[in-house]
Write a protein that binds this ligand. Structure first.
Ligand SMILES: C[S@@+](CC[C@H](N)C(=O)[O-])C[C@H]1O[C@@H](n2cnc3c(N)ncnc32)[C@H](O)[C@@H]1O
Length: 314
């Protein structure tokens, strides 16, 4: 019997486990007993982490007096809940990654307005963007769908891409502008568009616009700017098929990430591979994780991803 995706038989299929590299303003200090202890721009926070089955590594005094604790609303810790914040914590504060400054804040969605584990994708895209510029002297065009607060867009623009950033939420786009201004990248070539991702893709196809790189991080459930309903399980395959013809004649990459779905990275891998199979190139897939900041620190998977890279950057 053939083993189709058995990494012991096909080492080139081995899943990638990627953890953040090069951060000073984000650290996972410890995890255990269903929680994680993190430092974000000098402030310590405790958030639920149902995957941390093990015991904490650090003594309990290291977990004492954080600037904020997210208290879960449900027993399985998956939904609801609220922050309990120290009165001295500012509403937002500055963090830095690879010389890009952006804003951190505790959000009702229990995160900080950015996702450090995504930085491996930012770096991977930046390498391909720079390779293209070096080879051809032209700025690649990148599309960031479901772009949220836009750190990926800033990073790609800094690497030299012209970026189109799409999100259906006015609030997310406003935060994208705030981050752009905070980074002092007001003149960066980024178009911010408040629109439903699928409507935008359909419109771009009609207009004949094409992109060299596309990244997308669709939520499990979302709403377009006009109330259009997005359900990942129902809508992702059609969206990916619709995006494919948006790739230019000399495409560079496509990156698909997903949080909060009950699926292995294999589901994204096969969708990506099937959709783009006639373009050649390579698909690699796996998990984005965060790692405790010490030798042999334990890792916590945060998201699954699949990314496609063209055969050549030329
Ligand atoms: C998981 S977040 C993306 C996080 C982002 N990639 C990052 O790393 O910062 C999902 C985003 O999709 C947006 N969204 C939800 N439904 C949408 C839709 N139908 N069209 C466009 N954006 C949508 C939300 O407003 C939210 O900002």
């Amino acid at each position: 019997m053939t083993q189709h995706f058995d990494s012991s038989q096909h080492p080139h299929h081995a899943p990638l486990i990627l953890t953040p590299q090069g951060w000073h303003d984000y650290r996972l200090l410890d995890s255990g007993h269903g929680r994680k202890l993190e430092e974000v721009g000098g402030y310590r926070f405790i958030r639920p982490e149902p995957q941390a089955f093990w015991a904490p590594h650090l003594p309990s005094q290291d977990w004492a007096e954080p600037a904020g604790v997210f208290v879960s609303g449900s027993r399985d810790q998956d939904e609801g809940g609220k922050w309990e914040l120290s009165p001295s914590l500012p509403a937002e504060w500055s963090v830095n990654f690879e010389d890009i400054r952006f804003l951190a804040m505790p959000t009702p969605f229990r995160h900080f307005g950015f996702f450090p584990e995504q930085s491996r994708h930012w770096q991977w895209c930046a390498d391909l963007i720079k390779a293209r510029i070096k080879a051809t002297g032209t700025r690649p065009l990148m599309l960031n769908l479901f772009g949220y607060t836009g750190v990926a867009s800033l990073h790609a623009a800094k690497a030299g891409a012209e970026v189109t950033h799409v999100d259906s939420s006015k609030k997310a786009i406003a935060q994208g502008f705030a981050n752009r201004d905070h980074a002092e990248m007001t003149d960066a070539p980024i178009r911010y568009i408040t629109e439903d991702a699928r409507s935008f893709v359909a419109r771009e196809l009609r207009r004949g616009r094409r992109y060299d790189g596309i990244i997308l991080d669709p939520p499990k459930y979302g709403r377009g700017a006009k109330g259009e309903i997005w359900r990942l399980e129902d809508d992702l395959a059609d969206l990916l098929a619709a995006i494919k013809p948006l790739l230019s004649d000399q495409p560079l990459f496509m990156v698909l990430t997903s949080y909060a779905i009950r699926a292995s990275f294999l589901s994204l891998h096969h969708l990506m591979a099937d959709t783009l199979q006639d373009l050649g190139g390579f698909v690699s897939s796996g998990e984005l994780a965060i790692a405790e900041d010490r030798p042999h620190g334990r890792c916590l998977g945060q998201a699954i991803f699949s990314r496609w890279q063209a055969e050549t950057t030329l």
